[in-house]
Design a protein around this ligand. Sequence first.
Ligand code: 13P
Length: 249
Amino acid sequence: MLPLIAGNWKMNTDRASAVALAKGVAGGAALHKQVELLVCPPAVYLSSVAEALAGSGVALGAQNMYHEANGAFTGELSAAMLKDVGCQYVILGHSERRHILGETDAAVNKKTLASLAAGLVPIVCVGELLAEREAGQTAAVIRRQFEGSLAGISAEEIEKIVIAYEPVWAIGTGKVATPEQAEEVHADLRKLLIERYNERFAATVRILYGGSVKASNAGELLAQPNINGALVGGASLKAEEFLGIAAAG
Ligand code: 13P
């Protein structure tokens, strides 16, 4: 499987800087064929970024969606709308949505099922808070989020899913998980996949690490056997730094 290096731009950039950043990533993509590159701009810039990426092989993703297909859901966007503007991926259940906006495992599960039905690849995020890690609850939290967010996903569907492990204490803090800390959770996630499906299906699922990934620490993280890519926040806002992470893949 090709490692996936994904940039989550969060609520950053304006239209001009989003287009410039996309062009910067697109311009360097040909040098990094050993990884798949993905950028996830704010939804209002998806179309502009899609144009800037055209023909580059860099994939486009959204940062969130709603599970309903259409109707009276003011302010929400459906999976079909995201596909319509060129998205192949959608990030779901990011910790900022879980902890700032109150998104539950049940909501993430509905979105995951709807994204798959529409032909979008969901990147389903899990991760523990610092207090949960310190209380020795990391494995239990990850299991609960895995089971809740991925309930009812068939073996055929699981092959189309990406999982991202983002320890909340490592997001935007500069405090990266050590490769050993990250690999321990990634190996647990792989075991959960094997328990639920089987070795063959479990082996097809890319599990990304996210949390203060930079060009300088990406190599040792991506060298771990169960880390199959990175979900990058801050460092994805500079094309050169993001491509530096791709070079480590
Ligand atoms: P940082 O890379 O800024 O820590 O953010 C990680 C993240 O939340 C990516 O989704």
